[in-house]
Design a protein around this ligand. Sequence first.
Ligand code: NAP
Length: 286
Amino acid sequence: MTTAQIISGKQVSDEIRQNLKTEVESLAEQGCVPGLAVVLVGEDPASQVYVRNKAKACEDLGFYSEVHRLEADTSQEDLLELVHKLNEQSNINGILVQLPLPKQIEEKAIINAIAPSKDVDGFHPVNVGNLVIGDDSLLPCTPAGVIELIKHTGIEISGKHAVVIGRSNIVGKPVSMLLQRENATVTMCHSRTANMKELTRQADILVVAVGRANFVDASYIKPGAVVIDVGINRLETGKLAGDVDFESASSVSGPITPVPGGVGPMTITMLMKNTLLAAKRAHGLS
Ligand code: NAP
């Protein structure tokens, strides 16, 4: 049985949402209501669930929201036209185009068309560039959620050795940049890393975003290290599994996130936080 502290993403997420709700109420008195547009192309079941959850979060927090559902055979031109329209719409502060997109549409073209000030996913090259150079930007949601969870443990990030397994544009790279911004010394591992366990066993903070169920066990972990599992993998049994073997890892780790209930709940919460920030900036209030 684990004696490690379990970091509840649900609890941290609920706390942040409560604060956001209070802020939305006071902003409404100043005539500022954050607005989020979510665009779904096609009928991918997982995407439909994500879109529904995002609309529900908006409703719960008092945001204005629009959901645009487009046919699976929508052309890139038509999607771009909608994005341009939403860029101009003053009651919309955040635009989220649900990925993945059908193959006739180039994701990069769509991401690049979203106004950086409304890019609440934090994927636009302007926001990515600002993150790298340390300027104000809209941060990508899952990586920002990872940092919130680490901070919630009360463990100081500054001066620690953080190891990130994974270097994708949506998780590994931005998490590494954010950890570095918090003054951690960061090592990034990927599929070509040699002697990975030697590196991960030095980590005070280990973030795992590999996309392989139960990839990291106790043998990768320094006793007492903080372990954040970003992975969401659907097993053949239908159950969800993280990238970390929780049973094994938690026998040596310090604070550790479970799957589900760890990083997952943070992503939409950080999306809401970004939309609120974008709304405040649009109203000259930040
Ligand atoms: P990805 O694009 O597939 O990237 C996986 C990364 O892991 C790559 O950088 C890859 O290295 C590395 N990798 C693969 N096999 C490895 C190995 N044997 N040893 C070391 N590194 C290895 O995945 P992603 O989009 O970053 O997502 C990672 C996980 O997070 C997935 O399970 C995904 O479902 C989950 N996720 C969760 C959320 C959330 O809201 N909680 C959001 C996004 C993603 P190379 O670069 O060398 O190929």
